[in-house]
Design a binder for this molecule. Structure first.
Ligand code: UDX
Length: 435
């Protein structure tokens, strides 16, 4: 099938390359000429495992084309909208890019074609866009097909997702939309992936409520960590124990620095803002606490660092291991790790920060921080070690070797990812999260 993908960020670039991998002929559009040039040369503009491989394969097969020229989408049957919906100044989602993409698309979309939203939007957006699309192009149909991909597993989550959700209008237009999307995802559906067909509003809500639930689960366990810290209990053992209850489950119960990234923090704020607009703000009032618990973890680590450095970080050498919001990503959007790093620098600590992939993205946001090229370099002479993102490289560090590099053997395990006994045996004072 001929497919267009509008937006080549973390979502769109992976989606476009994955569609080509599934055998479709894809034209991918972005307004950023630098990004398009890199993608066209097979150079992924961000770190995502598996993306370089499927991108090269798609380019070699001739099934993908990258362009800044929207008119090239003409002739595609399905047009995916995968542009960003960043947080606006009030917390509500900024829909500028989605509105602009759909407005630009309407000039080239024909009747019997489908505009398929993938971006995360406030509930009600799809219905509004559907009205403007059918006014501009009678016979074209707008549908919503939310994306649940996790960074670091984006390719796998796109090609073999755990479910497909189609938000479609009722009647014949909805039926043709389902048939078209079934053709797009034929390979995925053949693997037995569950497919849910719902109305537009439900599809939009599925996405934001899934993220709100995940954020709540993380903040729940971080709230338990706060209590465990006071009473001397171990939140990891607690998570293991409650996680055995199949109704609760062990996943997303890792206490640590809390959630960051381009989705969960902004999505829970946008969801609250939308609920308030709809007059049901009370229904999501709890998300303000979810957000507050999450942000408290960052403040907690800064305070812990101050305590471990004798009350004042000024002039103290702090080794930061990890800047990305999670491992296997170079994304530092709303990253707890980078936030803590910048705060310690601001407080006067002499920070040496290292991330296997995110030094560059971090330096763009916080150029004032000192970044180094290896964990060893960061660790040398450190008064305090902070492990802030749980990359395997850090999990696998030999504490005996690290002990020989640092000035003082004190480590904060911000992700509860280190072998506490091994580090303690190597002479370290180890402070975890909620343990
Ligand atoms: C998330 C959703 O998982 C995905 O379905 C949606 O499409 C986009 O948002 P992503 O932002 O890639 O994906 O990251 P995710 O793996 O969900 O992690 C989010 C944050 O929560 C990270 O900062 C991670 O470190 C943190 N986290 C996750 C915890 O602190 N504890 C956990 O137990 C799990």
């Amino acid at each position: 099938m001929r497919i267009s993908v509008i937006g080549c960020g973390y979502l769109g670039a992976v989606h476009a390359a994955s569609m080509a991998k599934l055998g479709h002929e894809v034209v991918a559009v972005d307004v950023d000429p630098v990004k398009i040039e890199r993608l066209a040369a097979g150079d992924a503009p961000f770190f995502e495992p598996g993306l370089p491989e499927i991108l090269s394969e798609a380019i070699e097969s001739g099934r993908i084309r990258f362009t800044t020229d929207m008119s090239e989408v003409a002739g595609a049957r399905v047009h995916f909208v995968a542009v960003g919906t960043p947080q606006g100044p009030t917390g509500a989602a900024d829909l500028t890019y989605v509105d602009a993409a759909v407005a630009a698309l309407t000039q080239y979309v024909a009747a019997d074609e489908f505009v398929v939203g993938k971006s995360t939007v406030p509930v009600g957006t799809a219905a509004r866009l559907a009205t403007s699309l059918s006014a501009a192009v009678p016979g074209a149909t707008l549908v919503w097909n939310p994306e649940f991909l996790r960074e670091g597993f984006a390719v796998q989550d796109t090609i073999s997702p755990d479910r497909l959700v189609y938000g479609v209008p009722s009647g014949a237009a909805g039926e043709s939309a389902v048939a078209a999307l079934d053709e797009v995802y034929a390979t995925t559906l053949a693997e037995g992936t569950p497919r849910l067909v719902v109305d537009l509003a439900t599809a939009e809500l599925v996405k934001v409520s899934a993220n709100a639930f995940l954020a709540t689960k993380i903040s729940f366990i971080n709230a338990m960590a706060e209590i465990a810290e006071v009473v001397g209990a171990d939140v990891t053992a607690l998570a293991d124990a409650i996680g055995h209850d199949a109704r609760i489950g062990r996943k997303f119960l890792n206490a640590g620095l809390g959630f960051g990234g381009g989705c969960l923090p902004k999505d829970i704020r946008a969801f609250q803002a939308r609920a308030t607009e709809l007059g049901v703000g009370e229904s999501l009032a709890f998300l303000a606490d979810v957000d507050a618990i999450n942000l408290r973890r960052r403040a907690h680590v800064v305070t812990l660092a101050e305590d471990l450095l004798g009350g004042d970080v000024t002039g103290k050498h702090v080794a930061v291991l990890g800047l990305a919001f999670k491992p296997n990503s170079d994304d530092v959007r709303d990253s707890p790790s980078l936030d803590i790093t910048a705060r310690l620098h601001e407080l006067g600590a002499v920070v040496s920060a290292y991330d296997p992939e995110a030094n560059g993205t971090a330096a763009r946001i916080h150029p004032e921080v000192h970044y180094v090229d290896s964990a060893d370099e960061a660790l040398r002479g450190a008064d305090l070690v902070l492990v802030l993102t749980e990359w395997n490289e850090f999990r696998q560090l030999d504490p005996a070797v690290v002990a020989g590099l640092v000035g003082r053997p004190v480590v904060v395990d911000g992700r509860n990812c280190l072998d506490r006994d091994a580090w303690t045996a190597a002479g370290f004072t180890v402070r975890g999260m909620g343990r």
